[in-house]
Write a protein that binds this ligand. Structure first.
Ligand SMILES: NC(=O)C1=CN([C@@H]2O[C@H](COP(=O)(O)OP(=O)(O)OC[C@H]3O[C@@H](n4cnc5c(N)ncnc54)[C@H](O)[C@@H]3O)[C@@H](O)[C@H]2O)C=CC1
Ligand SMILES: O=C(CO)COP(=O)(O)O
Length: 348
């Protein structure tokens, strides 16, 4: 273990669930801290290829997995005896997979959720979904921030925030995931961290659409900044701390996602502006566009809690109600201009 990992836990076995881009990259963060890392993927063929070649055949194909990583499509084998579980699944599959994991996960094993989103229908945070299926709410944490897997697996410097209702759980995962190159801060504001991660993906779709239609830097900066104001109102209405939106899970990830060529949400927005459907984009790239699911769930939360969320409403309308793009833009421009930070308690 290098000097930078001193003081970190050295665990016997850590399970990473999900062989998408983020699960694949996350094995590299965990590998120096564990004797053995077990990666679960639903495809036996992909797991066999990973074990044979040390490369994921579908995601981050050029990235060589660490020697102590092995893959399995057997959830029992992946979860049994794990000292920690790291869940890196798309939000649509988190509940069902957590439910299937439940019989094999130790009763007190700490669980880290890397998924970004809010569950449509229930409005549950991803950590709520996991706590409902696996129990142990105090042993569940969520990690979020500007962390494109493509860059993390190259080792470029990055930072994230890990939040948990229990400080000890946040500290545990801060040490497990963090390193000299990957700086992991701690937070007690699970709501703020997780809601920020969902809303920023919706704003990234809006930025992608705008960019696809030829918007300039001023327009994109305005969308991002009004996106943070919207994110802050949603976080505050749900009982989180709007200050969290100024941090890594909020502004940090919003900037990365709205501007990066790696972002699926931003790139999907551009493709949508050019006429491609969500279904076509996801099946062409084999990658998840979480902002499309979050446009539904954040829209539902906004309706339920009477939160003004104009960017989310417009993204929801263009994706699911057939609103023409020109009308969507006009509906934002015609909104009343008012106090910059309305809806946050001080400037109503
Ligand atoms: N890719 C990234 O850079 C980052 C992703 N995240 C988040 O991590 C989560 C996972 O995203 P990625 O790893 O990027 O996924 P991905 O888009 O790279 O791959 C999609 C994944 O979904 C899995 N999948 C498809 N159908 C499934 C099913 N029925 N049951 C279980 N799994 C199924 C595929 O096997 C694949 O692992 C998302 O919530 C994303 O927002 C968070 C930070 C960075
Ligand atoms: O959350 C992410 C980076 O932090 C990934 O964003 P995309 O899903 O838009 O690629």
């Amino acid at each position: 273990m290098s000097a930078r990992e001193e003081g970190s836990p050295r665990l016997a076995r850590v399970s990473v669930v999900g062989t998408g881009s983020w699960g694949t990259a996350a094995t590299g963060l965990v590998a120096p801290k564990a004797e053995k890392v077990v990666l679960w993927g639903r495809s036996p063929e992909a797991c066999e290829a990973i074990n044979r070649t040390r490369h994921n055949p579908r995601h981050l194909t050029g990235y060589e997995l660490a020697r102590n990583v092995s893959a399995t499509a057997d959830l029992a084998e992946a979860a049994s005896g794990a000292d920690a579980l790291v869940l890196a699944l798309p939000s649509a599959y988190l509940r069902a997979t957590a439910r299937s994991l439940a019989p094999y996960a130790g009763a007190t094993t700490p669980v880290l959720v890397l998924t970004k989103g809010v569950e449509p229908g229930t409005g549950d945070l991803m950590s709520d979904v996991v706590a409902e299926e696996l129990g142990r709410p105090g042993r569940v944490a969520a990690l979020s921030g500007p962390n494109h897997a493509e860059e993390i697996c190259q080792g470029s410097y990055a930072a994230a925030v890990v939040a948990s209702a229990e400080a000890g759980c946040a500290t545990f995962f801060q040490r497990l995931m963090g390193s000299h190159d990957f700086r992991v801060y701690a937070s007690a504001d699970l709501t703020g961290v997780e809601v920020s991660g969902a809303v920023k993906n919706v704003v990234a779709i809006a930025c992608g659409v705008a960019a696809g239609l030829g918007a300039g830097d001023n327009t994109l900066a305005a969308l991002m900044t009004r996106g943070i104001a919207e994110m802050s109102r949603v976080v505050a209405a749900l009982g989180g701390d709007p200050m969290t939106c100024m941090g890594l899970a909020g502004m940090g990830d919003l900037v990365a996602t709205c501007t990066s060529r790696h972002s699926r949400n931003r790139t999907f927005g551009e493709a949508f502006a050019a006429g491609e459907s969500l279904e076509s984009y996801q099946s062409r790239t084999h990658m998840v566009v979480e902002g499309a699911a979050a446009a539904r769930s954040v829209y539902e939360l906004a309706q339920k809690h009477a939160i003004e969320a104009p960017i989310t409403c417009v993204v929801h309308a263009i994706l699911y109600e057939g609103l023409p793009l020109a009308e969507a833009i006009e509906s934002l421009l015609q909104r009343r201009v008012r106090e910059e930070f309305y809806g946050l308690g001080t400037n109503e």
